[in-house]
Design a protein around this ligand. Structure first.
Ligand SMILES: Nc1nc2c(ncn2[C@@H]2O[C@H](COP(=O)(O)OP(=O)(O)OP(=O)(O)O)[C@@H](O)[C@H]2O)c(=O)[nH]1
Ligand SMILES: [Mg+2]
Length: 418
């Protein structure tokens, strides 16, 4: 296992302890072994080396003592900072953004996720073309461009060339991504056209969004193969999955599971996952899943809300779903206003969560009596499929049905209301 030192600068602007714990979890998620942690109180980072000179020496020594291979820094670094720190500490320097990109890259399974991560990675490289990571890339691309560019004198030209190569790669990948997403865009449009309420599960990574989705599907009797991937690791879900949840009274809604968040999520990555998060943007209701057993639950809520706001999602009604109550030594299921305390592993909890969601989205339903002429048999069928039938009578003039119907169905059938 690669041994790493994690390091950060403490100032007043953020919850430092929390982001450092998060950095450690991210490093572990990337299969790195954290052997030491260093921090320095500074109002702002030093332009050339990020840390102050004394701290850099300390990191160099810690690197020797712990036989570390790399230093992971709790911020996004400038190319100069990376280069100088590498020189002065003798360690490979990885910033927080590169670490998160690396985790996403190793988790990506589908073509779409892979392309999105690849684009974000290249965008990250673009302004850092002189760093060691870029040097490797130089070597890869030098072959294509003719060996003449690899000598020192051609520095500027080489940089320009690399920039053009990367920009071209990005635009090619974007085209491919658009192709891959074509079907999805159509599906997404169809979903909106269906008029079914849309609910999206959002929240911090590992909070239990996918487990909640599976629980709700199971509760409503969906087949096993509709279940989504669950795992105790950061960023288990990178793709959005949408499923229909159908209740016994014929009420139904669309439920989507989305990629999880972490604080200081690289902007490029969020941008690359825009379309994946489009399901959340189109939702009528957001269910924010929170790991109530985590001591940092409050910071995680803030992180989720900042990330959503950064992509312009800030005006959709939200339910706060405090999950993992079984680990939190608290009473559950429990509903208080727009919040529910529950466990995604407990069927009674899921029933209560489903009820809370139902109350929010199935508004404007009314019980009406219709008289459907025999010639309009398909409407009787539609009522049976889409409404909760309370009573059916066969009269000489047609079928008389009393049913609880959605506002859309009531509008469609208004001519038959008695
Ligand atoms: N004890 C307990 N564990 C839970 C509960 N809900 C989820 N988990 C576990 O928490 C871990 C993460 O669950 P996921 O559903 O994959 O979390 P997620 O929010 O989808 O995570 P990402 O996809 O990584 O963003 C898994 O090991 C789940 O089994 C719960 O109510 N109680
Ligand atoms: Mg998930």
């Amino acid at each position: 296992m690669t041994a790493v030192i994690i390091g950060g600068i403490e100032n007043q602007t953020e919850n430092f302890t929390y982001t450092m714990e998060e950095l450690q979890a991210l490093a572990e998620a990337d299969n790195l072994e954290v052997v030491a942690s260093v921090h320095q109180k500074l109002e702002r980072p030093v332009a050339a080396t990020y840390f102050g000179a004394g701290k850099v020496t300390e990191i160099f020594q810690a690197g020797q003592v712990h036989a570390a291979d790399a230093l992971i820094v709790n911020d996004e670094l400038s190319p100069t900072q990376i280069r100088n720190l590498e020189q002065d500490t003798g360690l490979t320097v990885i910033d927080r953004t590169a670490l998160i990109l690396d985790i996403f890259a190793s988790r990506a399974r589908t073509k779409e996720a892979k392309l999105q991560v690849e684009i974000a990675k290249l965008q990250y490289q673009l302004p850092r073309l002189r760093t060691s990571a870029a040097e490797k890339l130089d070597q890869q691309t030098a072959g294509n461009a003719g060996g003449g560019f690899t000598n020192r004198g051609a520095g500027e030209t080489k940089l320009e060339l690399n920039r053009r190569v990367i920009e071209k790669q990005i635009s090619q990948l974007r085209k491919k991504l658009k192709d891959v997403q074509k079907d999805q865009v159509t599906q997404s449009k169809q979903r909106r056209a269906s008029g079914l309420p849309q609910v999206a599960l959002v929240g911090y990574t590992n909070a239990g969004k996918s487990t909640t989705m599976n629980g709700l599907l199971q509760l409503t009797g969906q087949e096993e193969d509709k279940q989504v991937f669950v795992k105790n690791m950061l960023f288990a879900t990178l793709d959005t999955s949408v499923r229909k949840v159908h209740f016994a009274d014929n009420k139904e809604f669309l439920l989507s599971d989305t990629v999880g968040f972490v604080s200081k999520l690289p902007h490029n990555l969020v941008a690359a996952f825009e379309s994946t998060l489009a399901e959340a943007r189109n939702a009528d209701l957001l269910v924010q899943v929170i790991d109530a057993s985590d001591p940092h639950a409050r910071e995680m809520i803030a992180t989720t809300e900042e990330t959503l706001a950064s992509i312009g999602i800030d005006d959709i009604p939200m339910i706060y779903a405090y999950n993992k109550a079984d680990l939190a030594n608290t009473r559950y299921p429990l509903v208080t206003g727009d919040a529910i305390t529950y466990s995604a592993r407990d069927s009674q909890s899921l029933q209560v969560l489903a009820d809370v969601i139902r109350q929010k989205i199935f508004t404007g339903y009314q019980t009406l009596t219709f008289l459907i002429p025999f010639a309009e048999g398909q409407l009787v069928q539609q009522l049976n499929e889409e409404a909760q039938i309370i009573k059916t009578d066969y009269l000489a003039t047609g079928t008389q049905i009393t049913a609880e119907v959605s506002p859309q169905l009531a509008a469609q059938l208004q001519d038959y209301v008695q």
